[in-house]
Ligand binder design. Structure first.
Ligand code: SF4
Ligand code: SF4
Length: 374
């Protein structure tokens, strides 16, 4: 049975120790970084830098607490993510969202180089849907890591936490030689992943054009076009289309299993007991931090969980969310979710438990856990 330490977001005393920052410090002491990280060892602090408009990311103060905790054991932290939009722009987004060397207390670097092509091919063990993926070089090479995951909804995954953070965030968008098929697009789609456009549905709102990280969509006259050979198959254009005029072939089961396998491929580059997971159940918005907006949260802040077992921390997180009451003035209220319903499943219609079950099947951890409140 794996241990998951939990700190509630509620603050009941006028005392720093009862603040979430104070509680995160206690969580870090509880899990005891010195059992995992050695003096002078480099430790990646994997987070998501957010997007322009998606401000509900993990706050820099919490990243700072983790960085400080790593420094206490005299290891060497750096804060990292993989390229979501072209490199310098993504670093600028990080800076605008408050993630920089000054705020975090450690260098902020892109794990797969400025243009996301610095990666190493890794075979996916026991993979049913993935064969080989391009892991960001820094994440591949670093001996230890703390995975900071903002838990929230996700249009394709239903729920997005540590598994998705590792799969989509540890794998590059494409490989220099093999292209998108070895990148995270191989989880988003299958076959040739060709996007189709339905002219009759299109209102020419241009949202797909604006959201494409590569700027490869344009209207030629009244015809939607994109550069298929360059496309990452990230699916952003299809996700934002309000009219469902764009279609990228997807399969829910393939996607959920692909997330677990992708996370497994990333973890296969680490020795045992070298990765710690911190799940933040705060600002639990309906959608991914990659989107150009952040809607109001579906639930009140729940708290922070920490464990050395990815599957356990994910199971504990979704168990908490399934029991949480939704906020009526949120997307859950708009969609008339009923008391007691699984909110994320109802909103996105995805069987997100599958990614956790599959991660357990792959030997990435155990769904059996003990929750210890601090
Ligand atoms: S899937 Fe859409 S948004 Fe993503 S790279 Fe391809 S065209 Fe651009
Ligand atoms: S987002 Fe959809 S409706 Fe808007 S321009 Fe693109 S295809 Fe057309």
């Amino acid at each position: 049975m794996s241990k998951v330490y939990f700190a509630s977001a509620r603050a009941k005393k006028w005392d720093y120790k009862d603040s979430l920052s104070g509680k995160l410090e206690r969580l870090i002491k509880k899990v005891d970084f010195k059992k995992y990280f050695k003096k002078d060892e480099e430790v990646a602090v994997k987070t998501h830098f957010g997007s322009e408009g998606a401000h509900r990311i993990i706050r820099p103060i919490f990243i700072r607490k983790v960085v400080d905790g790593i420094k206490v054991v005299k290891a060497k932290p750096f804060v990292t993510d993989t390229v979501r939009i072209m490199g310098l722009d993504y670093l600028e987004i990080a800076n605008q969202n408050g993630i920089n060397h000054h705020s975090c207390g450690a260098p902020v670097v892109l794990a797969d180089g400025l243009n996301g092509k610095d990666n190493i091919l890794v075979k996916v063990k026991r993979g049913r849907v993935l064969k080989e993926v391009a892991i960001a070089t820094l994440i591949h090479d670093v001996p230890a890591m703390v995975v900071l995951s903002h838990c929230k909804g996700h249009i394709n995954a239903g729920y997005a936490g540590a598994i998705k953070n590792l799969a989509m965030g540890g794998i590059s968008s494409e490989h220099r030689v093999h292209g998108w098929k070895k990148g995270r697009g191989c989880i988003h789609t299958f076959g040739e992943g060709i996007i189709t456009w339905t002219k009759d549905k299109c209102t020419y709102c241009n949202q797909c054009v604006n959201v494409c990280p590569l700027g490869i969509i344009e209207f030629k006259g009244k015809k939607w076009t994109y550069i298929m050979d360059e496309c990452w198959r990230c699916g952003r254009c299809t996700r934002v289309c309000p009219e469902k005029a764009l279609h990228l072939p997807q399969n829910d089961e393939y996607f959920q299993k692909g997330l677990a396998e992708g996370a497994g491929a990333v973890l296969s580059t680490f020795k045992k007991k070298k990765v710690i997971y911190i799940n933040f159940l705060l600002d639990i918005q309906p959608e991914c931090d990659c989107m150009p907006v952040a809607d109001v949260p579906l639930f009140q802040d729940q708290g922070i969980l920490i464990s050395d077992d990815m599957v356990a921390v994910e199971q504990a997180s979704v168990d908490i969310l399934r029991k949480a009451r939704f906020i009526p003035d949120s997307m859950a209220g708009d969609r008339k979710v009923k008391e007691g319903e699984d909110v994320l499943k109802r909103l996105h219609g995805k069987d997100y438990q599958l990614q956790i079950d599959e991660a357990e099947r792959l030997g990435l951890g155990s769904k059996r856990y003990t929750l210890v409140s601090v």
